[in-house]
Structures are given as C-alpha cells and as structure tokens.
Design a protein around this ligand. Sequence first.
Ligand SMILES: [Zn+2]
Length: 66
Amino acid sequence: MAVVCPECDTPIPVDPEEVEEGETVQCDECGLELEVVSIDPLELAPIDDIGYDDEDDPHVVEEDEE
Ligand SMILES: [Zn+2]
C-alpha cells in the first residue's frame, strides 16, 4: 500500500501493519514528513506546521519575570 506525497506526488510505500497512529513516515523524494493519523482507513497528514518540530519551542517558555 502506498500514499502519494502531497508535495511531490511520489508514492510513499506504507504498510498499515508496520505503522501505528502517531508514527511518521518520510518521503524519500522531498523529505516531507507525514504523520499517520489513521490506520483504517490509512490516512496521513503532512507535518509542516511551524513550531511542531521537537526543537526548542519559545512559545511555551514561562518566566517569572515582571
Ligand atoms: Zn515528497
């Protein structure tokens, strides 16, 4: 089974029995990351939201500073 990359139209092979919801797969062609949002039916959503990465997120920093 494969899904088509929304970015470059390259088929990305995805085995529903080898992935879980919340897992991510990456397009070999353009590097776009897709999150598995549903297994049955198989549904993937591109992860392209700014700030969604596992990098430092300045938005959640709380400082006790007046
Ligand atoms: Zn792609």
